[in-house]
Design a protein around this ligand. Sequence first.
Ligand SMILES: C[S@@+](CC[C@H](N)C(=O)[O-])C[C@H]1O[C@@H](n2cnc3c(N)ncnc32)[C@H](O)[C@@H]1O
Length: 237
Amino acid sequence: MTDFATAKEKYVHGVFAAIARRYDLMNTLLSFNRDKYWRRFAVAQTGLAAGGSALDVCCGTGLLALELARAAGPGGRVTGLDFCREMLAVAAGNVAASPCGGRVELVEGNAMALPFADDSFDCATIGFALRNVPDIAAVLAEMRRVVRPGGKVVSLELAKPSAPVFKQLYYLYFERILPLLGKAGAGVDGPYRWLPESLRRFPHQAVVRDIFTAAGLKDAVYHELTGGIVAVHVGRK
Ligand SMILES: C[S@@+](CC[C@H](N)C(=O)[O-])C[C@H]1O[C@@H](n2cnc3c(N)ncnc32)[C@H](O)[C@@H]1O
């Protein structure tokens, strides 16, 4: 990895270690509770059937992995992977408290080099994290590698809304108000300044779709949700 990639990884790791315990609450508050609907929508795009297997990359506190576990049903199996122990510790609590938790295994690892064999899962997801990894194309290539032929790779991520007025109001909230709310709620400053900064550096959703295609994912499409503040990308191996 380049020095920049290594520095970004270290910085991102520190951001999530600092906010892990408040992450779920802040997500619900700052997204006006829309995060649950976004996760359900993303899981619906995976085509995960009852009894199937799924990998959730950068699983954080495990909420997307648990949504996958619900879809996979009693015979299903879900693996959540993250490199931040503090986030995985919260995930372990969420998994233990869920009736679907028995289907979820948590693994410490790096999205840039997934510790799984080729063709291991029916689908792979990544939620609010492509923005955070050092190399989007490399992570998508890894997700494609571990999914079986025909399986889906799905990303749920913040996006760039385009409708006039809505867009201005949204950026006012996201860039000016949200960092202040985040600081007040989480008790630390840096992480919620990173959120708008990471979106500024992240490509437009149409470009992300092209990166899906370049990573060898077929029929790549994206769905904009909630006025385009979030996008769900889907591609097929
Ligand atoms: C914004 S959180 C998203 C958590 C969860 N997916 C969700 O939907 O709420 C981003 C997560 O990505 C993890 N992460 C970032 N870069 C990573 C990497 N290279 N490998 C593994 N995990 C990574 C962070 O530790 C953090 O838990």
